[in-house]
Design a protein around this ligand. Structure first.
Ligand SMILES: [Cu+2]
Length: 590
């Protein structure tokens, strides 16, 4: 009888779970989302915007990609999905895998054990702003709130140049000066997009409650969003279902990579259509970022909730002041998970910058991140008992090794005049507090009086300028997880640390054969320490450091293989659209 019971249990689980499979060709296609002119963007199976993945809790997702780009490496990260027991599927190049070179295929296969709104995007050398990004929605069979219909809205910034060009001029001393690219400064977007488009009309039915999955897929500035005439209620952030919170007519701020799930009830009459207003967050651009203001620059985007296509679309809105809702002090997770305590280990992450070879790089605790010769997870899997020694991961991977089960408190100190959306892979962490702007770039160690007994959990938090934030999570997810700013420019300029979580608990995790094949094809090692030393894990003399990575410039992103002369900090002059180069992961070690 006992074995029959087990069998029945197995059958009932099978009845609900399904395997969701995609075969994706990663292709260049031409698109013109802001109406200025068509340009190459990275799509999937010839489609762009990239398709939404819809899965149910308990499903198993298998996505096989084939890199058809020809001139760039690629990969996919599943943002917000924590990959418990599947750390090799995280998708971050240089950490959990090698970049996938042209004409290679690569399979991601993992169970879906979280619910809510997520997204997938390239995590390879600043690539996703060129288009390789899409929504991933996990439907919850036990979602606690009623809704009639659901829809997804994505938000992002847009550029007329491709990322390799933008990164090159951001991380170089090249003499360029036009509206969107200024040498050494983060390039300014030319437009904002809603659903990878502009002037969208979103057809709605009267008297219905819509669950809207809002996803910020931007590269640089966040976005402020306002639904005219439609008060809304928050029900989720970053995959955490929350107690219903009525927000009325607030303006929502979404940082790059953040998600909000909201409920909106449409009006009962169809006499009018309504504006959805989104504007790129100027708090993150121009003077706050040390960038001169561009006259006539317009980061506004409009879409419309359309009840009746025969009726006019009302004019766009203008706002001069924004007050943003503070989710940290107001939202309560639906599962009411209590504040994690006591803290076993506190890690302070202090964000700053430093100049190397005339190039401004970001630093965390005075270290600028550089990818090493072996993806850090593969180092953990190949150095045996040395995996708990941070030395093996290389100084410039900025490693922090955590013990299994520890309650970790991360304190993020922002010493900058600009905001940073800080993201951690592998966890939705409790956000105890987030300081207001200019309340001190170093936390004074005193907790806010109103720290929640059930803090909201997110995977991305917008850090205010000259301010700090305090987070907690339990180190129960063995793997190697990046902690980084989600501004793509800031990742490529080093605002990254590596959390090596319980590497001695990785058990029998193995690297899939096709993942090893990608490394071989790319020309990157998949065994050994940061310097690819497989004999003596503690000999890291060949690791990549800021000293031996003399050329941060030029940075050609994911382009593959390298152009002649690239990799030398002395060869400053080259055409805007340089020939393809093999990316920095390999080049820096030479
Ligand atoms: Cu940043």
């Amino acid at each position: 009888m006992f074995s029959l019971g087990l069998l029945l249990l197995g059958c009932s689980q099978l009845a609900f779970a399904k395997v969701v499979k995609y075969d994706w060709s990663i292709d260049w296609v031409n698109r013109n989302p802001d109406g200025a002119f068509p340009r190459p963007v990275i799509g999937i199976n010839g489609e762009w915007p990239c398709p939404q993945i819809d899965v149910d809790l308990g499903d198993h997702l298998i996505v096989t990609i084939y890199n058809n780009l020809g001139n760039e490496s690629t990969g996919l990260h599943w943002h917000g999905l924590n990959q418990y027991g599947h750390a090799t599927m995280d998708g971050s190049a240089g950490t959990a895998q090698c970049p996938v070179p042209p004409n290679s295929s690569f399979t991601y296969s993992f169970p879906i054990n979280q619910t809510g709104s997520y997204w997938y995007h390239s995590h390879t050398q600043g690539q996703y702003p060129d288009g390789l990004r899409g929504p991933l929605i996990v439907h919850d069979p036990n979602f606690p709130y009623h809704f009639d219909e659901e829809m997804t809205m994505t938000f992002s910034d847009w550029y007329h140049e491709e990322m390799p060009t933008l990164l090159n001029y951001y991380q170089s001393t090249a003499d360029v000066n036009n509206n969107s690219i200024q040498s050494g400064q983060a390039p300014i977007p030319v437009a904002g997009l809603i659903n990878d488009s502009q002037n969208n009309t979103i057809k709605v039915l009267p008297g219905k409650t819509y669950l809207i999955h809002m996803i910020d897929m931007a590269n640089f500035p966040g976005v402020a969003v306002y639904f005219d005439g439609h008060p809304f209620t928050a029900v989720g952030v970053d995959g955490t279902t929350v107690e219903k919170y009525y927000l009325g007519s607030e303006i929502l701020r979404l940082a790059p990579a953040q998600r909000w799930d909201i409920l909106i009830t449409t009006k009962n009459d169809t006499s009018k259509n309504f504006v959805i207003f989104a504007t790129l967050d100027v708090n993150m651009l121009f003077p706050p970022h040390g960038i001169p203001t561009i006259e006539g620059w317009n980061g506004n985007t409009t879409a419309w909730l359309v009840y009746d296509e025969e009726k006019p679309l009302p004019p766009q809105l203008t706002f001069y002041e924004f007050e943003f809702f503070d989710e940290v002090n107001n939202l309560i997770p639906y599962d009411r998970m209590p504040l994690l305590e006591p803290v076993d280990r506190r890690i302070e992450m202090t964000l700053n910058n430093a100049t190397f070879d005339g190039i401004t790089r970001f630093t965390i605790n005075n270290i600028t991140y550089l990818p090493q010769k072996v993806p850090s997870l593969y180092t953990a899997l190949s150095v045996g008992n040395y995996s708990t020694d941070p030395v093996v991961y290389g100084v410039n991977s900025n490693p922090f090794v955590l013990k299994y089960g520890e309650i970790i408190e991360i304190v993020v100190n922002n010493q900058h005049e600009n905001l940073h959306p800080m993201h951690l892979h592998g966890h939705q962490y409790q956000v105890l507090q987030r300081g207001y702007p200019d309340t001190g770039g170093i936390w004074d160690g005193v907790y806010d009086k109103n720290v929640s007994a059930t803090p909201v959990r997110r995977d991305t938090v917008m850090l205010n300028k000259n301010s700090s934030s305090v987070w907690r999570f339990r180190a129960d997810n063995p793997g190697v997880w990046l902690f980084h700013c989600h501004i793509e420019y800031h990742i490529t300029s080093g605002l990254v640390a590596t959390i090596v979580e319980a590497p001695d608990y990785l058990g029998n995790l193995t690297i899939p054969k096709d993942h090893i094949a990608a490394c071989k094809h790319y020309g990157m090692s998949y065994e050994g320490n940061a310097g690819a030393n497989t004999r003596n894990p503690l000999d890291v003399s060949l690791q990549v450091t800021a000293a031996n990575a003399s050329a941060f410039s030029p940075n050609y992103g994911a382009t593959f293989p390298p152009p002649i002369g690239a990799g030398s900090s002395t060869s400053k002059k080259r055409s805007l659209r340089g020939p393809a180069i093999k990316d920095r992961l390999v080049r820096l070690g030479n």
